[in-house]
Design a protein around this ligand. Structure first.
Ligand code: AMP
Ligand code: MG
Length: 393
């Protein structure tokens, strides 16, 4: 059985990726990955901007200036200031070429058309120099960046309307289990509601992957084989849940084998998610996740999410990792690495209750997974633990 680090390495080494890109409207660019460095066509700011409401002037050896005009944000005038003259100016307005400082209005006393300054102003105060943020020709966004709202704002400020992004993967979710029925119907004895399909579809959507499909199938070898065979050719990533253990009715592994899926690994020394399967066939990456919903979700975040990021050319693929002190003692037994639903609070991390693989409720409060290495025993409060940050929380 391989360890978690090796498993993640293998996912990133063998996982499919694509190089196809296209242009997208900036307003639709959220969550796509930048395919070509985005270059600014303008200086930002495009002109010397006042950073304050006050008075623009050219400093000289007196404290009194005559106010000869006004420049508002958006004004196009560039008044020439002579010695001892100032203009009223507002935040965002172009600073006259002949001025070399802006004095905050709080620092002056107004007397008629004159202002008196308390102390000699420094040159270049309260002026945002032209191109202070970025120059025309400078890189605004690097290839490999996952576009977030802030990036859209920045690119809009540079006047850009389109951006070149990588194609996103299409993802199929195949849920297995005879016991599963759709929410909305009555439960008979022995049945449970199917939830992995809805959950993974929604989590994928949260992360920007909207090209998904989900299907529920029964624990039957032929059905499993036929559905998987049909699904593989149509999608870039296939996520199967359930049926990957060694029970008599776990047909997923046999079906993968029969349809020519190349196994990269099966079973990882971890809890939850020991029976995790990863394989590939042609351009498709295939995961067999455990059926238990919390285990499936942990494995999704730890292994599937990095693969999706790799597929679309993202620079940052893994969940960000930090070491944080535990907020209370925690005892573990077992020889597997543990991924525990946890919440970062203040400067520490708290391991939540309800850690069973079947219990997904605690995941709702979690913003992180604490990762304890193989053979951990008694972890004391204050001890630093590896903490993986969950996205979008
Ligand atoms: P399996 O991995 O197929 O052995 O399933 C492990 C456990 O997860 C069983 O208790 C299943 O009933 C449950 N389970 C499997 N698939 C789902 C699903 N899609 N939604 C909710 N529970 C599931
Ligand atoms: Mg099952």
């Amino acid at each position: 059985m391989i360890d978690t680090t090796t498993a993640l390495e293998l996912v990133l080494r063998h996982g499919a990726y694509n190089t196809e890109f296209f242009e997208v409207d900036l307003k639709d660019a959220l969550d796509y990955v930048v395919a070509k460095d985005v270059v600014s066509r303008i200086d930002m700011p495009p002109f010397r901007q006042s950073a304050m409401d006050g008075y623009a002037l050219h400093v000289y050896d007196d404290f009194t200036y005559t106010v000869v005009g006004e420049v508002q944000a958006g004004d196009k005038n560039d008044p020439t200031l002579r010695k001892g003259e100032a203009v009223r100016i507002f935040t965002g307005a172009p600073v006259p070429t002949s001025a070399n400082t802006v004095v905050m209005q709080e620092r002056v006393t107004v007397e008629g058309n004159k202002i008196i300054i308390e102390e000699p102003p420094k040159v270049n105060l309260n002026i945002r120099p032209k191109a202070e943020q970025i120059r025309a020709g400078g890189i605004a966004l690097n290839k490999g960046t996952t576009i977030k709202g802030v990036h859209i704002g920045f690119l809009a400020s540079l006047g850009l309307t389109e951006i070149t992004v990588f194609k996103k993967p299409s993802v199929a979710i195949v849920v297995t289990g005879n016991e599963l029925v759709a929410p909305g119907t009555r439960l008979s004895y022995g049945e449970i509601y199917e939830s992995n399909g809805a959950m993974l579809t929604a989590v994928l959507k949260e992360l920007g992957y909207k090209n998904t499909s989900a299907i529920t199938i029964r624990d039957d070898y032929d059905t499993t084989k036929n559905v998987l065979s049909d699904t593989l050719g149509k999608h870039d990533v296939v996520i199967v849940t359930g049926g990957v253990s060694v029970g008599d009715y776990d047909f997923v592994g046999k079906a993968f084998n029969a349809i020519g899926v190349q196994e990269i690994f099966y079973k990882v020394r971890q809890k939850p998610g020991k029976p995790l399967f990863f394989g590939k066939k042609e351009g498709t990456s295939i995961f067999g996740l455990p059926g238990n919903p919390a285990a499936a979700l942990s494995c999704f975040y730890i292994y599937v999410y990095p693969l999706l990021k790799k597929y679309e050319g993202a620079k940052h693929m893994n969940l960000p990792t930090i070491f944080l002190p535990l907020l209370s003692d925690y005892t573990v037994r077992g020889t597997q690495a543990q991924f525990l639903k946890a919440r970062i609070e203040g400067a520490g991390v708290r391991i939540l209750g309800g850690q069973s693989s079947a219990m997904v409720q605690a995941f709702g409060d979690a913003n992180a997974l604490v990762c304890l290495p193989v053979n951990s025993m008694e972890i004391k409060r204050g001890q630093n633990v590896k903490t993986l940050l969950l996205p979008t929380k």
